[in-house]
Design a binder for this molecule. Sequence first.
Ligand code: HEM
Length: 413
Amino acid sequence: MTETSPGTGAPEDLPVYPAPRSSACPFAPPPGLLALHDADKPVIRVRTWDGTTPWLVLSHAAQRSILTDSRVSAGIGKKGYPHTTAAMKAHAAEMQPSVNNTDGAEHSRWRRMLTNGFTRHRMEKLRPEIQRITDDLIDKMLAGPNPTELNEALSLPLPSLMICALLGVPYEDHDFFQKHAGVTNAVYKSPEEAAATTATLLRYIAELIERKMDDPGEDVLSDLGARIKEGVLSMEEAAPLGHILLVAGHDTSANMITLGTALLLENEEQLTALREHSDDPRYVANAVEELLRYLTLPHLLARRAVVEDIEFEGETIRAGEGVIASLPAANWDPEAFPEPERLDLTRRAAHHLAFGWGPHQCVGQQLARIELQVVFGTLFRRIPTLRLAAAREDLRFKEDSQAYGIYELPVAW
Ligand code: HEM
């Protein structure tokens, strides 16, 4: 039995999840994960880092079904929840309820606090500002040292500046919160390190909210402060919400900018087509959906605990068992995306699951989309000679982070 072929049921015989990526194809999901599609079973048991054996949902159709099933819960303290890291498991019981770990009416209450601030309409209004910041950063890049490192020069500053403005967080603190976001997303951190980082970020957000309660601005943290004053929200509830938005709001888009750039630099034909169509917003928007599909940066999501027995795809999934809907597996499911290994910027890919599916689907997806559309429509037009300034083999990919990415991307022009 190989490590990745579907097993017979004994825990030691089950495929190990997650399987390692191939260094020859670091942009693709792990070959061992993709091979599981061949068995034509949309859901199988796997063995994870702590010896538990949750269900892995592979197919695109089955994931859309399970992620909208009210018998699965996002509650990370629930029995059977398949924790991503030892740190998450250690602290699951004391985690504050929030938008990402509640269900049903309780989840809707959290969601309502956020959705108004992140509507497509509101985010579209930010497009000119996103374009201005992108152009400024590229101007600075062109005036600065060549080669340069893309995370520092563009990928991190753009989404960080945007989320800071939306939340009302001072951008001068970016070194501090970017460093802590890196620890938050790391898979191999210790429970102590995770607790210290979370506590530091929560304290930081709580202090900002407190200041905004005296001196409000037009931003999300001020809105949360106003709700605390009204008595409809406590600081213990507000701070984790700000924390999720700050971390998810910059680290994800930043990793997508860097990964997408590196992937395009390897695909000359697709890159040329994108450059030629960079003034066609529909082409660029479609290209971004294909990049999101191909790269599926939340590569270890989405995770749930089953709270009521479910008859699902010929299996009985019992209450108290865990489920992992592997988003990269859905996005490389040949039934949903023929020849998934082919990067095709003209492919109709908008039904990808890179932003998840169902009630927990990403709150910030419109913001992320616009940031990515602006960057990929601008970067290669403004710097047509952009190229990698390191050997591909020397790039360090973030297999050890919950948000896939590349630690450093040296580029030249
Ligand atoms: C390329 C960028 C991004 C990707 C790929 C991404 C992906 C995801 C995914 C897959 C989920 C669902 C997780 C699950 O079902 O368990 C999610 C949820 C979430 N995302 Fe994003 N995200 C991105 C950007 C952002 C941004 C910019 C923000 C904030 C402005 C954000 C805020 C959130 C929040 C608050 C949730 C929790 C929603 C809930 O549980 O109801 N994300 N994201």
